[in-house]
Ligand binder design. Structure first.
Ligand code: GDP
Ligand code: MG
Ligand code: ZN
Length: 303
């Protein structure tokens, strides 16, 4: 009966994507395994959903509630799959070792701009630096265009208090190349992580929860952290060249002054962005990486 079905709908938060379904949390600690219907579309970690009880202590998701943000990646057969929903901010983690891959940093920043997710930078392993000045110099281009960054050392437990403040009441995620210290930082922020992971697998009766999937954890001081151990979890999916250019926040005032509305800012006639880069009115290295990222755009949208 439609009436009773509607009455039995309950709200929950998707905290993990498991091969067999979704781990949905109804209230803190109350977690159950939910299945979804194909035609529902893909629910992902961070989604708020409506679900109904179904077979024992399992559930079935019947609706994905509106998202305030979503990150996507290309899936099989030219589909687009969500990676995480309702994120407020992403921290791009870099370190002196391995040497920062600024192309990857700029790709993350552009994708965040495109998705209206606040992006910030964490410079970890400050203990390996001769002085903080080294980090400031390496990140000078980002400071110039108003990206905030945190210089920390997980190893020496430096800068963590300031960072924790920024996580309160927000949903955050750490991204960055392998080896920069994301897992170490996650463990510092979530001392109970292993316990939480174990209780998640018990509650969803899945034996061992595969830690290769993205998982949402509640932080001790409030706020959530989505831990996504998968490598390059999101890229330039669904971005056009116009989106990419707008994803370089410092280009925006110049884009308005380009001679042609469909300017790609490559070697187009009357391009104000290129002129600004050449006159060092914006960070030239970023402009060069923009040109490289154009090559990484999804093929159909290449110029
Ligand atoms: N010197 C130093 N090493 C660190 C720091 N944080 C993490 N590491 C080390 O960097 C390596 C990679 O860390 P990991 O957390 O696995 O990086 P991930 O690949 O980004 O998850 C490990 O050997 C860590 O012990 C730090 O603040 N200083
Ligand atoms: Mg790791
Ligand atoms: Zn232009």
């Amino acid at each position: 009966m439609a009436g009773s079905v509607r009455n039995s709908l309950r709200e929950g938060l998707v905290i993990a994507h498991l091969g067999q379904g979704l781990a949905v949390e109804e209230s803190p600690g109350e977690i159950l395994l939910c299945h979804t219907r194909r035609r529902l579309g893909f629910a992902t970690v961070g989604d708020r959903v409506l679900w109904e009880p179904y077979e024992g202590n399992q559930g079935r998701v019947v609706k994905i509630l509106p998202r305030r943000s979503v990150l996507t990646r290309p899936g099989h057969n030219e589909t687009i799959r969500p990676v995480a929903a309702n994120l407020d901010q992403i921290f791009v983690v870099v370190a002196p070792e391995p040497e920062p891959d600024y192309l990857l940093v700029d790709q993350y920043l552009a994708a965040c701009e495109h998705r209206d997710i606040n992006a910030r930078i964490i410079f970890n392993k400050a203990d390996l630096l001769a002085s903080r000045q080294v980090a400031d110099d390496l990140l000078a281009d980002y400071r110039r265009i108003d990206y905030s960054y945190f210089v920390i050392s997980v190893k020496k437990e430096e800068g963590l208090a300031e960072l924790r403040e920024e996580l309160i009441d927000r949903c955050s995620m750490l991204v960055g190349q392998s080896g920069v210290g994301k897992s170490s930082l996650t463990n510092a922020l979530l001392p109970d992580k292993q316990l939480l992971t174990r209780s998640l697998s018990e509650k969803t009766s899945l034996g061992r929860h595969t830690t290769t999937t993205a998982t949402l954890y509640h932080l001790p001081d409030g706020g959530d952290l989505i831990d996504s151990p998968g490598v390059s979890i999101f890229g330039l999916a669904e971005m056009s060249i116009r989106d990419l250019a707008a994803g370089f926040r410092e280009f925006r005032p110049w884009i308005l002054r380009c001679q042609f509305n469909d300017c790609r800012h490559i070697n187009d006639k009357g391009c104000a962005v290129r002129d600004a880069a050449e006159a060092d009115m914006l960070p030239h290295a970023r402009y060069e990486r923009y040109l490289k990222l154009i090559e990484k755009l999804p093929p159909v949208q290449k110029p």
